[in-house]
Design a protein around this ligand. Structure first.
Ligand SMILES: Cc1ncc(C[n+]2csc(CCOP(=O)(O)OP(=O)(O)O)c2C)c(N)n1
Ligand SMILES: [Mg+2]
Length: 649
């Protein structure tokens, strides 16, 4: 006979918040709150349920009010990334549009394998009231709601139609959040009526609970197999991914690379995996990588990828591995990633796997010839990089006849050069879309803990400003500067959370490279269609309206749009500066380093002046048929280049 357990009567919403406030993650013995705070925007779908619960439990679960659901969720995702997946911020939204605004952010988190906890409202479970405001009312699938759109972009989805379902749903949600293999967006969809329904929950359910973030041990046989491949290799390369950061495997990676003399190149997610400036630290690889990294990978006879999914940007759409007999090894905590490229796999935590490999390879070193090649290629790239980043030698328009004349004095690479000068150990620079992430991947020196937080799994415009806030929330307002680097298109898409940064007193700097357009796509377009269309920010000409009779002739080919980004930023509560010359940018960065709250520095940059490409191909296909004869040429070039694409399995 069991006695009646002690119970506590709470609403569904109260139970969710009470439960979340006592969950902890444990990593290497360090225990911390798993969900230390929440963000939200209320509507009728969550104000009476979750809104009431947040208010009643505000001391245990601090609440941040945001401006747009998607960007609130990006704040949370960046918080999780900066916390090395050991903590998340919950995000709540109302039903219908509020909930759907979270879907993009769920996709971003899931693709990047970052934990994100979403608590959207959902339409009534009881249905007494008929279709409610913002309900989908699907004609043939009566139980479908807009929240079903979360399913493909989440790693865990549950619709809580009765309070007691929380007893199984919440522990599963915590498991997924803290699982290195399964993590991603976790969605607890909470019908608006159910949020307010009460239940007698077992009191024990709310006892503090720890979720250990596991480090799966490598199988010694798998370690030996890969160690043997490394011993036999003449030109091995390590491709380091985001898993190095999440597993805190930097020291283990450095030990293996240094001891065995293996060059390390980094994916976008793995940028900064090597924290030391050593001869075997080569930097970004792939389409937006630097020459040195790419030349080495092209020649490699063994590629060991660690903690990476190997997307097309890293592999050059499977064209970068040029050596005929190249072989692959992969160390990953996710089974599927250990088997890509037909690799010899190690299924394990990155740190433990690298430590075991270093131990197995004690006394082994790569041939001198390969070490010489690494240093030669690095030495060839270094002066090119320095020249492009040099902001003190004025940009010469004659070198770039295709660049339009604007008010800009600096090129984007020169702006990055100044940012690099100002970056101190502990600072973080953030980018996700447009030219900035590729440029940083190519030239940012992230050694010495000058962190480079790149979101390139989803490369989502609008992540960046929110991400600066998430990183800042993870760090607290310390002396390090968090700098978000974006284009003008990205600023215009999502400046709204600057106001939230002002509201919360978050010290973040946003640097906007104003180049009058979606210029990174313009560049791609010129390569694959040969003609500008719809990417530059220009007024419509010839008729002035698409509705006019001569609409077909009305194109976006007038003057550049007049827009005052600085004023928008100021209006949102930032200390906003427009800086045009190198001296002005330096001064703006130096004088705002300790500024409280958000800072926005708008810097005009010369359009169409880009860092040299990494000499890696990308599979983006020009039209197979076209009346435009230059497109036929581009297509023929593409078909020829496609011959470099290889299959590994
Ligand atoms: C949400 C979203 N929409 C569209 C894209 C496709 N896209 C990638 S970069 C880019 C242009 C970004 O423009 P801007 O921020 O001005 O940077 P620039 O390309 O000029 O460096 C676009 C539209 C994207 N990555 N994310
Ligand atoms: Mg732009």
């Amino acid at each position: 006979m069991t006695t009646n357990p002690q119970t506590i009567r709470l609403t569904t919403a109260q139970a969710v918040i009470k439960y979340l406030s006592v969950q902890h993650s444990v990593t290497d013995g360090v225990r911390r709150r798993l969900v230390p705070a929440a963000l939200g925007i209320f509507g009728h779908g969550n104000v009476a349920g979750l809104g009431q619960a947040f208010d009643e439990m505000a001391d245990d679960m601090p609440f941040i009010q945001g401006r747009h659901e998607q960007y609130m969720a990006h704040i949370s995702t960046a918080f999780a990334k900066a916390s090395r997946r050991q903590a998340v911020l919950a995000v709540t939204a109302s039903i219908g549009p509020g909930a759907l605004n979270l879907v993009t952010a769920a996709g971003l988190a899931t693709v990047n394998r970052l934990p994100l906890l979403l608590l959207p409202g959902d339409t009534y479970a009881t249905r007494h009231q008929g279709p409610v405001l913002q309900q989908l009312e699907h004609p043939t699938e009566a139980d479908a709601t807009v929240n079903d759109a979360f399913r493909p972009v989440s790693r865990f989805f549950d619709r809580i139609t009765r309070p007691e379902q929380l007893l199984t749903a919440l522990p599963q949600a915590m498991r997924v959040l803290t699982s290195p293999t399964d993590t991603g967006a976790v969605v607890l969809s909470l019908p608006q009526d159910v949020q307010s329904h009460a239940y007698d929950f077992p009191a024990d359910f709310f006892a503090p609970r720890d979720w250990k973030i596991r480090r799966p041990l490598p199988d010694p046989a798998e370690i030996e197999e890969v160690a043997e491949l490394i011993r036999a290799a003449r030109r091995p390369v390590i491709i380091a991914g985001g898993g190095i950061h999440y597993s805190d495997a930097h020291a283990a990676l450095e030990r293996l690379a240094g001891q065995a003399g293996i060059p390390v190149v980094e994916t976008f997610g793995g940028k900064g995996a090597v924290t030391k400036d050593e001869w075997w630290q080569v930097g970004g690889v792939g389409l937006e990588g630097n020459f040195a990294s790419n030349v080495l990978v092209k020649q490699a006879d063994l590629v060991l990828s660690v903690g990476t999914r190997l997307t097309d940007f890293a592999t050059g759409s499977q064209s970068i591995f040029e050596y005929d007999d190249v072989t692959f090894a992969a160390l990953n905590v996710v089974d599927a990633d250990t088997r890509k490229q037909g690799a010899t796999g190690i299924l394990a935590d990155a740190r433990l796997g690298l430590e075991a490999l270093a131990q197995a390879l004690e006394g082994h070193s790569t041939p001198d010839a390969w070490q010489d090649t690494v240093q030669t290629e690095k030495a060839r790239w270094a002066p090119i990089r320095t020249q492009w980043l040099d902001a003190d030698t004025p940009y010469n328009a004659e070198d770039h006849p295709h660049a339009p004349v604007t008010a800009a004095v600096l090129t984007q690479p020169q702006l990055i050069g100044i940012m690099q000068e100002h970056a101190r150990s502990g600072d973080t620079v953030i980018a996700a879309a447009g030219g900035p992430p590729g440029d940083l991947q190519k030239v940012w020196d992230a050694t010495g803990n000058r962190h480079c937080h790149l979101e390139f799994g989803f490369s989502c415009m609008g992540y960046e400003i929110a991400a600066g806030m998430g990183v800042r929330l993870a760090e607290g307002n310390n002396d390090n500067r968090v700098v978000t680097f974006i284009g003008d298109g990205t600023f215009l898409m999502a400046p709204t959370e600057i106001l939230t940064a002002a509201q919360e007193g978050l010290n973040v700097t946003v640097i906007v490279s104003e180049n009058h357009g979606y210029q990174v796509i313009h560049r791609l377009q010129m390569n694959r269609t040969g003609k500008e269309f719809g990417n530059e920010f220009r007024y419509r000409t010839a008729g002035g309206s698409v509705a006019a009779a001569d609409a077909p002739k009305a194109r976006l080919d007038g003057e550049y749009l007049k827009v005052d980004l600085r004023q928008i930023a100021e209006g949102l509560g930032a200390l906003a500066i427009r800086a045009t010359t190198a001296a002005e940018v330096r001064d703006a960065l130096a004088s705002t380093r300790d500024t409280q709250g958000p800072v926005v520095i708008v810097v005009p940059t010369v359009p169409h002046v880009d860092l040299p490409g990494g000499d890696v191909w990308w599979d983006v296909a020009p039209a197979e048929v076209s009346e435009q004869e230059w497109v036929r040429t581009l297509r023929a070039d593409y078909e020829q280049a496609r011959g470099r694409q290889r299959w590994f399995g």
